[in-house]
Design a protein around this ligand. Structure first.
Ligand code: UT7
Length: 333
């Protein structure tokens, strides 16, 4: 049995894939009773990406994953485990991760999905971290990928304006514990009593796929936006505080906060509660909207490649999503 303090997980490579098609607020104005001004003021979103007909969670995940492998200098056959975090899987089963494994020809890897919606990436990171810390695996490809455009009701202005498609990936490698870098902590939580706040209510195992549920649009995202907003701010700020306390860190020592991108006002309110300057908060919601489990790894990839994350930096991640689920992580680079 390996001592769990022997190893840590480091981010060795990052990648992302965003579909080419851009859907702007102006285009939505033509189809819905909404306005660019309302969307920008209430959410910060200006445009989002929409997957092409032949794209899906696994195809986007494979592209992001391939880029992370290239950045980390690892061949697909050396990957031990593929975790895909998604709430818009290709099919009910097999897992989207198995399709990604096939596409990457990473046949030495085990592959499974993690379902924690917008907190998916942090939940997946927490799973990956355990396998690396115990020494069980050496290389893990962790991907968040969502094709939200297929599970939103495009006639519901309160939800469809929020979401977008895309994928982000990190290659995690095992290193000796003593190195002062890597995933320093993950904290994850769930509260199933709040499952009605955001959900896709159409039953599969519960009531079977049925025509009434299809006609009632129950296979699309339903959200109590305002109630979710209030819960989201408090839970995200609290779980970030917990991560700081666990690592004996102050907010001043954090170089970049990468929060889940659900709403610019949620992000600002969290920064406000933490008394953290907004200039040090990563935000790309204006370009991509809410890409659920993909938003944090897309953010990590952009921040890394644009030089907003440098060696020696400390990054904090935070999320809240359907479930309710929420979590935080600290990564030293
Ligand atoms: O990623 C997982 C977690 N998800 C979230 O955290 C989402 C959290 N919630 C939110 O981001 C916000 O609650 C929304 C952006 C969804 C909504 O913003 P809000 O400030 O909470 O607005 P509201 O729901 O209280 O609605 C205010 C008004 C309503 O009209 P009345 O009842 O005041 O006449 C809505 O019908 O805005 C109306 N409205 C819209 N108007 C124009 C709702 N959607 C739209 C729209 N365009 N797209």
């Amino acid at each position: 049995m390996t001592d769990s303090k022997n190893f840590k997980a480091v981010v060795a490579g990052t990648g992302a894939y965003l579909p080419e098609k851009i859907l702007t607020n102006q285009e939505l104005e033509k189809k819905l009773d909404t306005s660019d001004a309302w969307i920008v003021e209430r959410t910060g979103i200006r445009e989002r990406r929409i997957a092409a007909k032949d794209e899906c969670a696994s195809s986007m995940a494979a592209k992001a994953g391939r880029q992370a492998l290239e950045a980390g200098g690892l061949e697909a056959k050396e990957v031990d485990l593929i975790i895909v975090c998604t709430s818009s899987p290709d099919v009910l089963f097999p897992s989207t991760a198995c399709f990604v494994q096939n596409e990457l020809e990473a046949f030495g890897a085990a592959a499974f999905d993690v379902s924690a919606v917008c907190s998916g990436f942090i939940f997946g990171l927490s799973v990956a971290e355990q396998y690396l810390k115990t020494g069980r695996y050496e290389n893990i490809l962790l991907i968040g990928s969502e094709v939200n455009s297929r599970i939103v009701d495009w006639t519901d202005r309160s939800t469809c304006i929020l979401f977008g498609d895309g994928a982000g990936a990190v290659l995690l490698k095992r290193v000796e514990w003593g190195k002062p870098l890597g995933v320093m902590s993950t904290h994850i939580y769930s509260d199933g009593s709040l499952s009605d706040l955001i959900c896709v209510p159409g039953g599969i195992g519960k009531s079977g796929i049925n025509k009434d549920d299809i006609d009632d649009k129950k296979y699309f995202i339903k959200m109590s936006g305002n109630a979710t907003f209030k819960v989201a701010v408090k839970r995200m700020a609290d779980v970030i505080r917990e991560a700081l306390k666990f690592n004996d860190l102050s907010m001043e020592e954090v170089s970049l906060l990468i929060p889940h991108q659900a709403n610019e006002r949620i992000i600002s309110a969290v920064a406000d509660r933490l008394k953290y300057p907004l200039e040090k908060v990563f935000m790309n919601i204006q370009k991509y909207g809410n890409t659920s489990a993909a938003s944090i790894p897309i953010g990590i990839n952009e921040a890394r490649r644009s030089g907003r994350i440098e060696p020696g930096d400390t990054t904090v991640l935070g999320s809240v999503g359907a479930g309710l689920t929420w979590g935080s992580a600290v990564i030293k680079w």
